[in-house]
Design a protein around this ligand. Structure first.
Ligand SMILES: [Zn+2]
Length: 309
């Protein structure tokens, strides 16, 4: 696919932007007022508005990442579109016909905005919790104060952030959202902190395996365990963690696309993954627009959110 078959013109791109951004009606990015009237054009393509609440003008691009960008909007959208597939930055640059540095910086910006826009709503139903360990060092970091490792980053068994094998906790609400969360370790207190942050204390149940650290959750939201070491993978009443384990089998190959991620940047990739998994039913072009406008950069008050994020 090339950019022309994705989005033939800036005009068309502006229509998609308008459609996704103002899904719940145009509202002023400065004061949140819905009392706005159309007022001319911005750069001939974008609609310009006058807010009756604060008396200021804004347009379809105001407050987005690409507000002052010289890169055409459809290139931004195309980068966001390609980010939905398992492609590297190098391939994005090649397909979108932009430099590697431009592709690298834009994908980083979009990931960061996805991170800022992630919903903080707590999970409520039956939540399955488990962890995997990924190998992640300090890729791309300059001036490392240590000599290179002779045998790469392979550490056996469970790891921690310190040993370059940080745990990734996975939470899946049955029939609901997926959340992948990097952690520094999987000690009881770390697990409890993550659970309290992401799972409502009135959630129906939390299922985990029998890893000792999870015993700290006993008595919290009907915590139940399955004992894998004794060959138990499901108990009566639907107690299992198969859904979250299946999620890891999607997550691992997705991560491997990037051929090593710095552990310091894991949180950005997890934001991208969580977004893609939780909006997987959406149309890809519209989802690209949602990624591109996922968080405003220069306006703090932003009451217009995109309903499917
Ligand atoms: Zn206003």
């Amino acid at each position: 696919m090339d950019i022309n078959s994705f989005m033939p013109s800036e005009e068309e791109c502006a229509l998609v932007l308008r459609d996704v951004r103002w899904r719940e009606g145009v509202c002023c990015p400065r004061c949140g007022s819905h009392s706005v009237v159309k007022h001319g054009r911005h750069l001939k393509v974008y609609q310009r508005y006058l807010c009756k609440g604060c008396g200021q003008h804004f347009n379809d691009r105001t407050g987005t990442q690409f507000d002052d960008s010289k890169l055409p909007l459809r290139v931004w959208f195309f980068i966001a579109f390609l980010m939905q597939y398992q492609v590297s930055v190098k391939e994005i640059a090649k397909t979108a016909k932009i430099s590697y540095l431009t592709a690298f910086n834009r994908t980083k910006m979009l990931r960061r905005s996805l991170h800022r826009s992630q919903l903080r709503e707590k999970m409520k139903g039956i939540v399955e919790l488990d962890e995997v360990y990924v190998t992640a060092g300090l890729k791309g970091k300059q001036d490392l104060k240590r000599s290179p490792r002779v045998r790469g980053l392979k550490v056996r068994g469970r790891g921690t952030y310190k040993t370059d094998k940080p745990p990734i906790m996975g939470m899946v609400e049955r029939g609901g959202a997926v959340r992948i969360i990097p952690a520094s370790d999987v000690r009881g207190r770390t697990a409890l902190r993550r659970v309290m942050k992401h799972i409502d204390d009135e959630a129906e149940a939390i299922y985990t395996d029998e890893y000792p650290a999870y015993h700290i959750l006993d008595g919290f939201c009907n915590h139940q365990t399955v004992n894998h070491s004794q060959g138990e993978y499901a108990r009566g009443g639907g107690i299992h963690i198969n859904t979250v384990e299946a999620e890891f089998s999607v997550f691992r190959p997705w991560m491997s696309t990037y051929r090593g991620i710095s552990k310091e940047k894991l949180y950005l990739y997890r934001a991208q993954y969580n977004f893609l998994r939780n909006t997987r039913e959406e149309d890809r072009a519209r989802r690209a627009a949602a990624i591109a406008i996922s968080h405003p950069t220069n306006i703090e008050q932003y009451s217009c959110t995109i309903s499917f994020i």
